[in-house]
Design a protein around this ligand. Sequence first.
Ligand code: NAD
Length: 468
Amino acid sequence: MSEPLIKYTTEHTANFEALFKSLGASFMSGKTHSISWRREQLRAVERMMHERESELFEALHTDLGKSPMEAFTTETSYVSGDAAYCRKNMSRWSRRTRVSTPLVGQPGKSWIQAEPLGVVLIIGAWNYPIQLVLAGMNAAIAAGNCVVIKPSELAPASSALLAKWVPQYLDPDCIRVVEGGVPETSALLELPFDHILYTGSASVGRIVMAAAAKHLTPVTLELGGKSPCVVMPDANLETTAKRIAWGKFSNAGQICIAPDYLLTDADTEARLLPLLRQAVREMFGDDPQQSDSYCRIINDRHFERVSKLIDSGKLAFGGQSDAADRYIAPTVIVDVLPDSPVMQEEIFGPLLPIVRAQNLEDAIAHIRAREKPLAAYIFTNDKTAEHKFLSTVSSGNACVNDVMMFMAVHELPFGGVGQSGMGAYSGRKGFETFSHMKSVMKRAWWPDLEVRYAPFTGKKFKFLRKIR
Ligand code: NAD
């Protein structure tokens, strides 16, 4: 299932320096600065997603067992919609932003103007192997940069397809794909890129940041963590169950912003469980292994890792697995204690543990005692509870009465906080991530007040105090 396809344009480690230099020369030529070049590239991304759709669906099915519909909503149409959004808005984002100039600077004008950074590196993870590199690339193109993308080697079919098609749709003088794993990524990280966007685990995030520090290269780290989901007794439990089941079991739970675990009281748990079971049955039938809509675990290592967590409490339903097929059933585990194995690390698989919390305060205390998550969710009708949750729980992103849907809002920056990441992208924020927001001041020639020049007399000092 995960044997690599033929590699079409693999760049060799020894050539990375030459590749970097040639992209640097393209950048210095000013080609990527032109809005029409950027527009052309973004249109080409849209075209590529449309014309290569069936091949991309096939690759995503090979890598992750993704159904065409899931591949469409979370990968191809997401990427083309994002490219179109960047294309339509980048001129506006590129405009100067005027700011007021104080008296000491008068007559004069002040503004902020975006300038592209140069050559940027985008390293993606395997769970959304197309989206994670191409959405970052869209933002980098919109901001006028040259780009190297490095898709994850753990999704080899998708990586190979990007290596095949990106050079044919996009300008190869400015945009390149490098395939490979640790040796290739390590070699790339030796180079003085102007920005690195990394998506993946925190442990590799540290490696990326340490390598970037050598060149003072700024980084955006899109990491993960255990995203909590609080269900209050007053929530509409039927819709809550459907939304949670969708968020947890899509992509077989291999989603950085999936609700990692639930926090609720005993009575709500008892009412929610049959609804969760029903929601899973409606989505994937009685035997999810037979469902075309249900994904597989990416590889044997992750299969082993997730399988070991199943025994962390009492099975409410699910728990079946098949190593040969890398299948793990949608599983809900109850009677889970905070110190059980499933609560020690991000699950990144189709297991949903339910941890008891007496009330909202108890749930918030549980979350705040741990690392800041990438996302935090609450289901409630109570505005006071909602306000308390949003104002006391720190998380990269949050959703009230749903999960993950902030991803559908282009203008909401997406990123983590603390251990779940740093920096953000999406919409205007993505443009700004890949731009330097340069401060500019323009002075008139006259008048040129003598007061600022030495000698610093008492009279001048008095005058300065007055106008400050
Ligand atoms: P992965 O194994 O695909 O690794 C990510 C990238 O890091 C790959 O391109 C890989 O080649 C590179 N890499 C791996 N080891 C390296 C090393 N030693 N040196 C240099 N580069 C190396 O993905 P993963 O790390 O298993 O990703 C899963 C994690 O990513 C989860 O924690 C998940 O929450 C997080 N994630 C976050 C987001 C987000 O947007 N915040 C999205 C998806 C996944």
